[in-house]
Design a protein around this ligand. Structure first.
Ligand SMILES: *Cc1c(COP(=O)(O)O)cnc(C)c1O
Length: 360
């Protein structure tokens, strides 16, 4: 059996060690004679998995005790509605940073529930830059401020976050959670769909400061209600147990592998090597402003787009898959989350150099 280097933006690669462990326990989880998939979510064995997942994530991210960690469903897209419903009353207002395709979707969904002020809107740049903090137009009296810390499609990432004072800052960290150290205290809510840096699709992590539970005072559908999930240890309904279990394994793996600081160091090296190659060549081009380039998702185009199909075919044959760029951007995109080993990035860089040499 041969595993490829999978550069997909999501669902994305998971660490080999985690996959093998899951495979070994697939039919018989720790002597239970059952798969994790067949365990009761309220039984002892699964409760232990759930508790360990929470404890490990708390340790990895340095999440203080006055924050609840929720394991929900509905993906980040569910949270596009969940955030305004939990944080703002009917008739409330919120500041949104519109910096890419995902925050654009968040803005659209939030507009159903609150008045949205666009503190920043980089649509005209085709989402290739972030304005300086001096140009952020925050309302100051909003119910919350929302941003997407890493725009997975255009490849734009926040380096510094706005200081929003008493107004809760909310971040969609779906594609960069656990990839670098962040100060959780700066945020009221952090949320992330699992399928980029956490585990398989189906579970959504929500980290919420406890004083914000029940904040909106309005009716919230139960499956999006932070207070109901906090109160029930995320068992308000049947949780996605297998995805949660896999997430727990990824957390344990990260802890054993040096934690988030170590990942950040590796991620920086991986991204720098690809950006250096792209910037140093006339054959490849990345359109994103240098101060806000993503460490996780690296879009690039070939000087001659007629070569796109050949590039993808030859990359595929070399075991480098899922490099096709998002349809809205074109070209290529290399998503290099935590689980992408440095050897995978090195193999891609060598392939790109060779391809430029033979086709340039
Ligand atoms: C993938 C992604 C989403 C959408 O996640 P779903 O789980 O499909 O809802 C939202 N935001 C960001 C930043 C993403 O990368």
């Amino acid at each position: 059996m041969e595993r490829v280097y999978n550069f997909s933006a999501g669902p994305a690669m998971l660490p080999d060690e985690v996959m093998r462990e899951a495979q070994a326990e697939f039919l018989d989880y720790q002597g239970s004679g059952m798969s994790v998939m067949e365990l009761s979510h309220r039984g002892k064995a699964f409760t232990a998995i759930a508790e360990q997942a929470e404890a490990d994530l708390r340790e990895l991210m340095g999440i203080p005790d006055d924050y609840a960690i929720l394991f929900m469903q509905g993906g980040a897209t569910g949270q596009f509605a969940g955030v305004p419903l939990n944080l703002a009353a009917d008739g409330g207002k919120a500041d949104y940073f519109l910096t890419g395709q995902w925050s654009a979707k968040a803005v659209k969904e939030a507009g159903k529930f609150v008045a949205v002020n666009r503190a920043v809107d980089t649509t005209e740049s085709k989402f290739t830059t972030l304005p300086e903090p001096a140009d952020w137009k925050l309302d100051g009296a909003a119910d919350f401020v929302h941003l997407c810390s890493n725009e997975t499609i255009a490849g734009v990432q926040f380096d510094t976050f706005p200081d929003t004072g008493d107004v809760p800052l909310v971040a969609d960290m779906s594609s960069d959670i656990l990839s670098r150290e962040i100060d959780v205290r700066r945020f009221g809510v952090i949320y992330a769909g699992a399928q980029k840096n956490i585990g398989p699709a189906g579970v959504t992590v929500v980290i919420v400061r406890k004083d914000l539970l029940g904040r909106s005072g309005r009716a919230v559908p139960m499956v999006l209600d932070y207070a109901a999930y906090a109160e029930s240890n995320s068992m308000a309904n049947t949780p996605p147990t297998f995805a949660w279990y896999m997430a727990a394994k990824v957390f344990a793996h990260l802890k054993a592998d040096g934690g988030v600081a170590k990942q950040a160091e590796r991620n920086r090296r991986k991204a720098e090597s690809l950006y250096a190659l792209i910037d140093g060549s006339d054959f490849y081009h990345n359109p994103v402003a240098k101060h806000c380039r993503s460490v996780m998702n690296i879009p690039f185009v070939l000087a001659d787009s007629a070569l796109d199909e050949t590039f993808l075919r030859e990359a595929d044959a070399a075991g480098l898959t899922q490099l096709k760029g998002h349809r809205s951007v074109g070209g290529m995109r290399a998503s290099i989350y935590n689980a992408m080993p440095e050897a995978g990035v090195k193999a891609l860089a060598e392939f790109m150099q060779e391809f430029a040499r033979t086709h340039g």
